[in-house]
Design a protein around this ligand. Structure first.
Ligand code: NAD
Ligand code: UFG
Length: 334
């Protein structure tokens, strides 16, 4: 199948391009490189043994998108492109509504014009309300707590409406829990700009001596060690989920939302200690106040992904820590 992958040079997109190419698909990437580099293209090709095509394009450029789809008849779209920093979305909501919602609207309109009727969309567990009780199933109420999360839910709703309007249109929104780690080759991974917000890249930079210590946000949560619990999954497992979602769309009409997570919760301290043990490095840390807006315990019920997509995670927390550290040490993460 020939696919358009928006945001394909980014963290999750690049890993998914590898899996798609290895599964025999042809890949055309559209990315404006606002949070990624074209240097990743050659590394994707080295891992997969096949190169993706690349077009530097902003999704809000309707004419550019139309020209791209005219030249490249694709059977489906994998839609990763978007901005994703929760705090920035609170400070600058219009950037998020414009980039994520407007960008998606422009993309879906171009897809309609060129008769492309399959889309796999990068959604997030952030669409669930803070009150959701873990394990969180797809039927849990949605009530995102910030503009970033609201853009994800709006795009899901757009896709749901498109599926209602056109019975041939099919969409699956994959609600990721906490993707971490890097490709086992050490050639691609997450390259955050500036000081990382997320736990794993922060741990990596502390371990590498780039940051002095980790602040563990919250020490008296009602959990076994007082720190917050998340469902971390390996980015390569997540990428495989997208290949499975493509097969699923061949079988199942309409709109679906599917969680991608392990179903296991890990505390901040467990993650830290696993990273130190597996990689034989020290990660200095200190307790700090709770981070505003954080949930206490968030992990997936991944049963639907198992039955519908025939997908379950294969990689362990140890794999995530080992692969993240290999990528950090490669020097390519900077
Ligand atoms: P990323 O920033 O590494 O990748 C996003 C890519 O999209 C980047 O390469 C960026 O240059 C590109 N992009 C952004 N806006 C664009 C636009 N208007 N036009 C064209 N390209 C554009 O982020 P990621 O972590 O790989 O996330 C991919 C998707 O998954 C995002 O939609 C994100 O919201 C979603 N998601 C990520 C996480 C996570 O923890 N990383 C969790 C849940 C959902
Ligand atoms: N944490 C620390 N210190 C840090 C960074 C994080 O203690 O320096 C803690 C957080 O407080 C939280 C846990 O580590 O308890 C995980 O934090 P992340 O920032 O890595 O992940 P979140 O679950 O907070 O956020 C992620 C994505 C968001 C998304 C959210 C819900 O980054 O984009 O999941 O799906 F909105």
């Amino acid at each position: 199948m020939k696919l358009l992958v928006t945001g394909g040079t980014g963290y999750i997109g690049s890993h998914t391009c590898v899996e798609l190419l290895q599964a025999g698909h042809a890949v055309v990437i559209a990315d404006n490189l606002s949070n990624s580099s074209s240097a990743v293209l050659e590394r994707i090709a080295r891992i997969a043994g096949k190169a993706p095509a690349f077009h530097k394009l902003d999704l809000r450029d309707a004419q550019g998108l139309q020209a791209l789809l005219q030249r490249n008849p694709v059977a489906a779209v994998m839609h990763f492109a978007g901005v994703k920093a929760v705090a920035e979305s609170v400070a600058d909501p219009l950037k998020y509504y414009d980039n994520n919602v407007n960008g998606s609207l422009t993309l879906f309109a171009a897809m309609r014009e060129f008769g492309v009727k399959r889309v796999v969309f990068s959604s997030s567990a952030t669409v669930y309300g803070a009150q959701a009780v873990s394990p969180i199933g797809e039927r849990a109420a949605t009530a995102p707590a910030n503009p970033y999360g609201r853009t994800k839910l709006m795009i899901e709703e757009m896709l749901r409406d498109l599926c209602t309007a056109d019975p041939e249109f099919r969409a699956v929104a994959l609600r990721y829990f906490n993707p971490v780690g890097a490709h086992v080759s050490g050639l691609i991974g997450e390259a955050p700009q500036g000081t990382p917000n997320n736990l794993m890249p922060y741990i990596c930079q502390v371990a590498a001596g780039k940051l002095p210590e980790l602040r563990v946000f919250g020490k008296d949560y009602p959990t076994k060690d007082g720190t917050a619990i998340r469902d971390y999954l390996h980015v390569t497992d997540l990428a495989r989920g997208h290949v499975q979602a493509l097969d699923y769309l061949e079988r199942v009409p309409g709109f679906s939302a599917v969680n991608l997570g392990t179903g296991r919760g890990t505390s901040v301290l467990e993650m830290l200690q696993t990273f130190e043990r597996v990689n034989q490095v020290r990660v200095p840390w200190k307790s700090a106040d709770r981070r505003p807006g954080d949930t206490v315990i968030t992990y997936a019920d991944p049963a639907l992904a198992g039955t519908a997509l025939n997908w379950r995670t294969q990689r362990t927390l140890e794999d995530m820590c080992r692969d993240a550290w290999r990528w950090q040490k490669s020097g390519l993460a900077d």
